[in-house]
Design a protein around this ligand. Sequence first.
Ligand code: C2G
Length: 445
Amino acid sequence: MKKVITYGTFDMLHKGHINLLRRAKDLGDYLIVGVTSESYDRERGKLNVHDSLLERVESVRNTGLVDEIIIEEYFGQKIDDIQKYNIDIFAIGSDWTGKFNYLKEYCEVVYLPRTKGISSTQLRNDMQKMCNIGIVGCGRIANRFIPESKFVSGVNVSGVFNPHMDSAKSFADRHSLEFASDNYSDFLSHIDAVYVASPHLSHYEYAKQALENGKHVLCEKPMTLTPLSTADLYQTAKDNGLVLLEAIKTAYCPGFTHLISLVKSGAIGTIKDVDATFTKLVDSDVRELSAVAGGGSMSELASYVLLPIIKTMGTDYKSIDFHPVCNESVDIFTRGLIAYPNGTASFKVGLGVKSEGQLIISGTKGYAYVPAPWWKTDYFELRFENISDTKKYFYRFEGDGLRYELERFVTMIDKKDTVTYQLSPQDSIEIATIINYFREKMNAN
Ligand code: C2G
């Protein structure tokens, strides 16, 4: 019996896939299809797969052409499968010509003609309404956002708003955007969604006006500096059936998402302590160190360190203590200690003090260790008493990582989901609560 194997995502199964499966089946007597898992697709950079794994498996099965379906979960699995299933022929579409020659050592490799004029990407784009996004602000993060947006399908960054028309115009020219505006109402009338990347203290006004005008909002962190205003924005989004998301990139990247799922599933026992550090040295004259602009280590960086703490330990803490180190205007470093009824959490944030940027989540059976920079999670270990039990996990963290938050944002708009477990409205409100508490204490002193 001649056994053939082929692989693919098979998203929105179409004629091209069916032709490919038929041609593969004709090569032998028994056809095995490896359908890619969601995490493997994300790892290899396919961020916008529409159908779930179960739906894709079901569509491949319904073609009636396949004898066995397996799931492809990791890079390198093809060699393992070929040996495990005694495969004679590995077949794949001609868009991959040459890429799988390394499998010739294990079986025959056949590149089958690809059907012209149809692809999952095209079907996704046809189905998904293009989301026109306008950027508020022209700073560093806004500049980074544009190249990142090119990796997310269904998105077009069409314009920019800045109260200073000169800045808006030069930003639009630099990034070949369709329009620049210094009139916010007019700017909003041209777009479907807003990415608020202006200085912190302006986030609330821009986000609020956008939501009141029916626009979805992706807002840079910290969304606002008080729980009341963050909660108010979420309420406005809810009342208008819109997506509002805080742009803490770590929350949406594959490595961090998996880390949280693992530790919350008991992989290290019951979680008892979290320790997170994020420091980023900045020049002395920047907005980040300006008190009037809402700067300081806590307001700049606490969103990151509080994320793993809130996600794993929750928010029913008994007390929080801050130990800030200040210059004449803001905290250039703060150490925080949070006491829970049954555990603890601590963090360090610094704009003027450098430290090791690691994350450790400790449990009753072991701990998760994420080396610096943990906020761009591409690797972590689960460690136990017996060091031979250590498990290592590797992920991709592409580019600046902003593509992950943007992908989540447009998927939520597309699927009409207004809440994501990766960063819920309550999570954002809790982060604002702690930052606000810190700022109140600082002002009181
Ligand atoms: N295909 C085709 N004609 C099209 C579109 C796709 O023949 N018009 C083929 C592809 O060449 C591939 C299969 O259909 O052999 C599945 O395509 P995708 O779902 O796009 O999956 P892909 O990303 O190519 O996965 O491990 C995964 C594999 O390496 C390939």
